[in-house]
Design a protein around this ligand. Structure first.
Ligand SMILES: O=C(O)CCC(=O)C(=O)O
Ligand SMILES: [Fe+2]
Length: 291
């Protein structure tokens, strides 16, 4: 059955964001052109070949995991700032933060015979009870076709609105099938996991996660990419990896904008700006129930 949350690349950002709000995920099919897909494969494959296996049932005994993707692939730097993804991230995350950031980059390369991963929420590293607002917008780009038989990501529609105690029944799990060059987007509250790879070919996905700007990054992007290296990146990406305020009075360097470390900012900056204050004033404060 066709997935109602699977969209063609010309779908509107509104439609896609609405699906993510309602069901916790959406797929946008065939976003990347053949040249970009080829470049991603060429740049990443040598690193994937030498990457270690996960080594645990959760990380995957037959899954090669590669991290620090921005240091390894120019094409990955480009897809991290893909305008469609950023437009969707604006819609999903900016109601809860003045800035969001790239929190994690990784390849999940499931070798044939890999077993399905336990369903989980990517937001579990942050100690909030579920249901809770989106802390992360995760993207999973398919380097080849993602099918039910090669272990495509499985998602549980609507589970971002469930309590932590509720378990998913088999009939509630959807295989997020998509052709090569597509992107699955899901929020931190959605139960999901890699599938069984029953095919004879590996299944390769690129995970790029965007997190609210006031959270700690899963992968410390600015130690992975210290200023000398970060200088070579597009300005948008520099800010996205953390050379930016996390919000008013957050993430300062010399009392101001961390972007100054890359040589273009004021020597000392303002602790906040009118634009940050306005963005902060628009966000919905979270109410944490004291139990
Ligand atoms: O490989 C996949 O499809 C999902 C992997 C995943 O969700 C994870 O490792 O957190
Ligand atoms: Fe996950």
């Amino acid at each position: 059955m066709a997935d109602r949350n699977s969209f063609a690349v010309d779908a509107s950002v509104d439609e896609i964001a609405l699906a993510i709000d309602k069901d916790g995920y959406a797929i946008v099919r065939a976003v990347l052109d053949a040249t970009t897909l080829q470049a991603l494969g060429d740049e990443l494959q040598p690193h994937i070949d030498s990457a270690e296996l996960g080594g645990t049932a959760f990380l995957g005994n037959r899954t090669r995991r590669l991290v620090n993707l921005l240091t390894r692939s120019f094409a990955c730097q480009q897809i991290a700032i893909h305008p469609l993804v950023l437009a969707i991230a604006d819609r999903i995350l900016l109601p809860y933060c003045a800035r969001y950031q790239l929190g994690y980059t990784g390849v999940m390369h499931l070798e044939p015979g890999e077993r399905a991963q336990t369903l989980h929420r990517d937001g579990r590293c942050y100690p909030f009870a579920n249901p809770c607002p989106p802390l992360i917008l995760a993207t999973m780009w398919s380097l080849g076709d993602f099918t039910e038989s090669n272990g495509c990501t499985r998602v549980v529609p609507g589970s971002h609105r469930w309590d932590d105690a509720r378990q998913a029944g088999d009939a509630e799990v959807v295989a997020a099938e998509m052709p090569a060059g597509s992107v699955l987007l899901y929020t931190s509250g959605v139960l999901h996991g890699g599938g069984d790879n029953r095919s004879a070919q590996p299944r390769t996905g690129i995970a790029l996660h965007y997190a609210l700007g006031w959270l700690r990054q899963v992968e410390n992007q600015y130690l992975v990419l210290p200023p000398e290296q970060a200088k070579t990146l597009p300005a948008k990406l520099q800010r996205l990896i953390g050379y930016d305020y996390g919000g008013p009075f957050l993430g300062l360097v010399n009392g101001g904008d961390p972007h100054q470390l890359l040589g273009d900012g004021p020597a000392t900056g303002a602790r906040t700006t009118d634009e940050l204050e306005a963005a902060h004033a628009r966000i919905r404060p979270l109410r944490v129930k004291d139990e």
